[in-house]
Design a protein around this ligand. Structure first.
Ligand SMILES: Cc1cc2nc3c(=O)[nH]c(=O)nc-3n(C[C@H](O)[C@H](O)[C@H](O)COP(=O)(O)O)c2cc1C
Length: 200
């Protein structure tokens, strides 16, 4: 016997954006990532079910929560969306040389084991290029703690790559395509494993 994922089962993508801005460059970068993901996965793939979590919109039920038991039902639902996603896109602006405090607070509330082996795509924006390695020095170790499977290519864009919140720089578009080709390969390998893995 083998396990087969039916084509109609949605592929769940959750985006966590650590920006406190309503007009967020980081979410502008995510717009391109998600659009490219749809192209790379192609029309025959499972339908994509997308959840976007702007952490600042979660409000006092999030910022005032000291632990998971203290969150409101809305925040609990957002945490579960991130924990249960097939692909997590972890995106944040660089603040003071790292991820934002609210981004970290969100992941402080995520269950310690919920992201194990989960594909996680890392993305960040900054005022300039000087802090691009925040992806490797801050974000990747955080998801290393969770034993998540971070995608090897992480994506960075700086303010000069945007017009407002619209990403313009073709070099960043190219990097997004490279990262998502890796994501597609990871997903194909997993789907093949699911088809051959014995049940039980
Ligand atoms: C409080 C604060 C701290 C920041 N610190 C940095 C920093 O250390 N390095 C950097 O490159 N940009 C820094 N920036 C600039 C933001 O990372 C940049 O404008 C980012 O694209 C904003 O993303 P958003 O529009 O999604 O909020 C900082 C901005 C703010 C408001």
């Amino acid at each position: 016997m083998s396990q087969v994922v039916p084509a109609a089962v949605p592929f769940r993508v959750a985006v966590v954006n650590g920006s406190p801005s309503e007009r967020s460059k980081t979410m502008g970068l995510v717009d391109v990532i998600v659009a490219t993901l749809r192209d790379v996965l192609g029309a025959e793939s499972r339908p994509i079910e997308e959840t976007r979590i702007d952490v600042y919109r979660l409000g006092p039920g999030f910022t005032g929560a000291l632990d998971r038991e203290g969150v409101t039902p809305e925040v609990e639902a957002a945490l579960r969306r991130a924990e249960e996603a097939d692909l997590l896109i972890a995106a944040t602006p660089v603040f003071r040389g790292s991820y934002t405090g609210m981004f970290k607070h969100f992941f402080d509330l995520v269950d310690q084991y919920a992201l194990a082996n989960k594909p996680v795509l890392l993305a960040a924006t900054g005022g300039g290029d000087h802090h691009a390695l925040v992806l490797e020095h801050a974000l990747r170790p955080l998801f290393g703690f969770f034993q998540a499977m971070t995608v090897p290519v992480a994506i960075f864009a700086s303010s000069g790559d945007f017009d407002g919140t619209t990403l313009l720089n073709p070099r960043v578009y190219g990097r997004i395509e490279t990262a998502l080709t890796d994501v597609a390969d990871i997903l194909k390998e997993r789907a093949a494993g699911e088809r051959t893995a014995p049940v039980g």
